[in-house]
Structure formats: C-alpha cells, structure tokens
Design a protein around this ligand. Structure first.
Ligand code: EZ4
Ligand code: CO
Length: 402
C-alpha cells in the first residue's frame, strides 16, 4: 500500500479547523487534525507546501519512520506549527492502519486498559452563585469531574467565563480582543469559590481549576496551599509552562496536584517536569505534540514517574483529535482524565463520529480506525475566517500571559 494523495481541508463551522486527508492507492483514507487555534493557516501551508510532497508514495504503515523523517529529517524541529503538521500526518496514518487491519486504533496501541474514558467538563459563572448553578447542571448531565471557573470581583472579564449564556469559546473573529488582569484579586477570590462549591456539592465530585499561566511560582504555591482543604483533582497551568524549574517552588509548598502541558509540543518540554516529579498530569495533546507516535513515548516516560495524562480537549481541536484522544486514553496504562468541551452542532455535522458520552465517561466506538469522518461538501459551506485568541494586560497596562 502507498500514499497516493493528500489534501488539507480548512473549514469554520463556528471556529476554524485544519484537517489532513491522506489517501492510499488501495482506496483507504485517513484523517488527521492539525488545528492550531489562531494560527491555522501556518500549519495548513506547512503541510501543503512542505510536508505533503515528501510523503507521497511512502508506505503508510511506516508511522515511526515517517514521524522521524518529519522531525529529525526537517532539521528545524519542534514548535507548535511543525508538531501540529507532523501530528496531522501521524494521526491520519494510524487511522489508515486501523482501517486496513479492520480494527479500532486503540487495539494498535495496546488494546483497552479500561472500560471507558473519564472526562471532565467546564462549569463557569459570572460569580460564585452562577458557577454553582452551572456545576449543578453539569452534575445532572452525569459528569463526575468538573472544572470550575468564575468571574472575579473588580475584573470585567476573565479566562474561562463567557459573556452571556454562550458556552466558552476561546478565539474570536476580528483582531485580538484585550482584557485586564489582577493576580491580587484572583488569589483572594478562588479559595472562596472552591469553599462554596465543596460546601454545596460535598466531597465526591472531582473538581478542577485552570489558572491559565497567570501566576508566579510563589503565588501558585500560595493558591495551591489555600486550596488543599478542597482536595482538587488538579490545579492547571499555574505558571507559564516553558519555565520547568518554576514548578519546583510550587511543589515544595503544596500537595494540590498540578497539571500542565496544553501549550507544549515535545517530550523535551516536559522532560524536567516529569523526571523531577514536579507535575502530576501531562496535558499535551495528540494534535499539538506530534500525534500518537510522539505522545505514546511521552506517556510511557511519564509512567515511570507516576505522572498521568490529562489531554487538553478544547473545542479548538477538531472531532478528529477528540476521536484520536479517546483511543489513546482507552489504551495507555497511565491515563488520568480527558478534557471534554462538546463541539457545536455544525461541527458535529461536518465531522460525523462514533464516539459518545455516557454517564461521565466517553467511548471511542469499536469500528476500524479512528471512527471519525469529514463531510467535505458540508465543510465547504463554512469557509475559513481569521480569528485570534485574546491578549491580556495587567491593570497598569503591562502585557501579561492570557
Ligand atoms: O485556552 O484551547 O484548558 N483549556 C484551555 C483552553 C485554551 C484554548 C486555547 O486555544 O486552557 O480553553
Ligand atoms: Co487550560
């Protein structure tokens, strides 16, 4: 079997998605997600201009060799654009392998290690009261694990809290919106939020929180310590993730579990975090960190250090990535939890899929390959529209991490 043709689909059923379709000479095709929120066309052009010409006529079963070719063979390695493009190829090839062998991808990764994939959802509100209502609503839907974010008194907007009743959708069409931030106000508020949520919902529910890279190590240490009585499942991205040593300070002060990695794209980005046991959950995704071939190695390395996975699963990754993540989560031993932000109706229609949610768990389906498709005709009705993630400044105007 040979790779005969490959094409990049860019569509925007509510938000932008980049999908790679690889076709073989015996009629099988595979799909890979290469979506990089706010930088979609960089990946699309990396694929079309630089990657696709090099993979034609290769054996699609050679996932390891093709991955090494795109990583080592490119000379300029790593970085979110390169690794997302590499991931799209890798994902599509595993999809082809599964279809060719007539088995779900999880069987190629070691087979099922569990019955279903524990997922967490997002609850949020303009204030603590509204956030609690949203937790109640999601618990009613069956979720066993809920991330909670709330508006902060004195700030107009904050990460994870949408304006109005819409679900939270990072990236807006037009130029990057800007908002203001105060670490001081945030640190005073979050412990009150979790005290209230625990009081209302008891101890059984898994609770998570995303700091979204905005604290310094010692500020994160303080927050982790103050949240200990509410035994969070994890505190996410307490500090900007590229400073791995920064996590040591947090670790020395608190037993609140720590998760990071959604913006990271290589095993080297988490090498120190894992081998020093500074984190508990690695959140790299298949799409942004090089696909199954790369993420399996990261997970296996993490397993040695009791670090588990917690793959990022936002709506800015396509259902192709969601399907892929569920196969991965079902198969690897040191799976922790999977993030689940449901896509809008239009996106689900453009990407028909076998995966499903039931009573707090998700299931990838047992058909061959990834179990996800792309309706190219329907996708053509939603042309690409430029969009950006927001930019953040402190109250005095200093640029900050969003
Ligand atoms: O801000 O995916 O945990 N989830 C997150 C996301 C990210 C977006 C960025 O594109 O932090 O909401
Ligand atoms: Co996050």
């Amino acid at each position: 079997m040979k790779i005969k043709h490959a094409s990049v689909n860019i569509c925007s059923p509510g938000r932008n998605f980049v999908t790679l379709k690889i076709e073989t000479d015996d009629g099988i095709y595979g799909l890979g997600d290469g979506t990089l929120n706010g930088r979609e066309l960089a990946v699309a052009s990396y694929l079309s201009e630089h990657v696709i010409p090099c993979i034609l006529n290769r054996d699609p079963f050679q996932t390891e060799d093709i991955w090494q070719y795109l990583y080592r063979g490119a000379y300029w390695r790593r970085g979110p654009v390169t690794m997302s493009a590499t991931a799209a190829v890798d994902m599509a090839l595993w999809d082809i392998k599964g279809k060719a062998l007539n088995t779900p991808v999880y069987n190629l990764l070691g087979g099922r290690s569990r019955d279903g994939v524990l997922v967490y959802c997002h609850a949020h509100g303009a204030d603590i009261e509204e956030a609690c209502d949203d937790v109640a609503r999601h618990r009613e839907m069956g979720y066993k694990a809920i991330r909670v974010q709330s508006g902060i008194p004195g700030l107009d907007a904050t990460y994870g809290v949408p304006k109005g009743a819409l679900p939270y959708e990072p990236a807006e069409r037009g130029l990057p919106p800007e908002s203001r931030w105060s670490t001081e106000k945030y640190l005073l508020h979050v412990p009150k939020l979790f005290a209230r949520v625990r009081e209302q919902f008891g101890d059984d529910l898994h609770l998570l929180h995303d700091c979204h890279h905005r604290l310094s190590p010692i500020e994160a240490a303080r927050l982790g310590k103050e949240l200990e009585p509410f035994h969070l499942f994890w505190m996410e991205d307490p500090v900007p993730a590229e400073f791995q040593e920064g996590f040591r300070v947090i670790r020395e002060h608190t037993t609140t579990p720590i998760a990071t990695g959604e913006v990271l794209n290589s095993i080297w980005d988490v090498h120190d975090l894992i081998r020093n046991q500074w984190i508990d959950y690695a959140r790299l995704t298949l799409t942004h960190a090089g696909g199954f071939t790369a993420l399996k190695k990261i997970a296996d390395f993490a397993e040695l250090y009791h670090v588990r996975t917690g793959c990022h699963g936002p709506t800015d990754l396509s259902p192709v990535c969601m399907a892929a993540a569920l196969h991965f989560d079902l198969a690897i031993h040191n799976f922790g939890i999977q993030e689940h932000m449901p896509h809008n109706k239009e996106t689900d229609e453009v990407f028909p899929h076998a995966y499903r949610f039931e009573d707090g768990f998700m299931f990838p389906g047992d058909g061959p390959g990834l179990g996800v498709d792309l309706d190219e005709k329907l996708a053509a009705k939603y042309p690409y529209q430029r969009a950006y993630l927001p930019v953040l400044r402190k109250l005095d105007g200093t640029l900050w991490d969003w």
